[in-house]
Design a protein around this ligand. Structure first.
Ligand code: ADP
Length: 219
């Protein structure tokens, strides 16, 4: 059996993980597994899970390890994850990273890419970000789609995420420093970490990530 391609994309909020993951998932034919997207979809659907997590998401704090670990475990049992997955927004704590190792067993994480971006840049990106509620397309506040409120890709509503408000942005960035930054050492110690500069044009970031994946002979 071909080994699975399990990749983790780490990086502070606004570093560009979502944008890159959409492209990489298509290139490597593996599903983009974003716990943030899964949780937001649950909130939107009004399910029991969505009702449980909606206020936590709005505040910018993290939901429990136990809950997200379960969501990711379930996601990996779906057929499209048979070749692996591209993890975005998970793991976010050491507890989640340890749970992921247990979940994946021997055919585990092959590479962790840290998308680096300075704090001023990400703060600016997050506060001007607008997203399509239907297809997830990302715009900035000066784009015509953001001004009109209509997505040019699918016609869905383009809105500001509730956690892209200043107070929640602050909470998310603090939470990142406290809970998620320690994962860099976790993956470095396992010789799985590669750094990529996220402060360049999206196409150049994509090329840089692909070069790293190629250099490790993962494809
Ligand atoms: P961002 O990384 O820009 O904050 P995400 O879309 O990845 O946004 O996540 C949105 C929210 O969903 C987080 O602020 C948090 O409340 C919740 N969330 C997502 N992934 C996790 C996770 N792995 N552990 C705990 N909470 C999570």
């Amino acid at each position: 059996m071909t080994p699975r391609l399990n990749l983790v994309i780490l990086g502070i909020q606004g570093a560009g993980k979502g944008t890159q993951c959409k492209r990489l998932a298509a290139t490597y034919a593996i599903p983009h597994i974003s716990t943030g997207d899964i949780l937001r979809a649950a909130v939107k659907s009004g399910s029991a899970l969505g009702r449980e997590v909606s206020s936590v998401l709005e505040s910018g704090a993290l939901v429990s390890d136990e809950l997200v670990n379960r969501l990711v475990q379930d996601r990996f049992t779906q057929p499209d994850a048979g070749r692996g997955g591209l993890l975005d927004g998970f793991p976010r704590t050491i507890g989640q990273a340890e749970a992921l190792e247990v979940m994946l067993g021997d055919d585990g994480i092959k590479l962790c890419i840290n998308l680096q971006a300075p704090i001023e840049l990400v703060t600016r990106r997050l506060s001007s970000r607008r997203v399509c509620q239907e297809c997830g397309a990302i715009y900035t506040d000066t784009d015509v789609e953001a001004i009109s409120g209509t997505c040019s890709n699918c016609g869905g509503d383009v809105v500001q995420r509730s956690d892209d408000q200043p107070e929640a942005i602050r909470t998310r960035l603090e939470t990142y420093e406290r809970d998620t930054a320690p994962l860099l050492d976790f993956y470095e110690a396992r010789h799985l970490l590669e750094q990529v500069n996220g402060d360049q044009r999206p196409d150049d970031v994509t090329r840089a990530i692909e070069a790293v994946v190629h250099a490790r002979e993962l494809t």
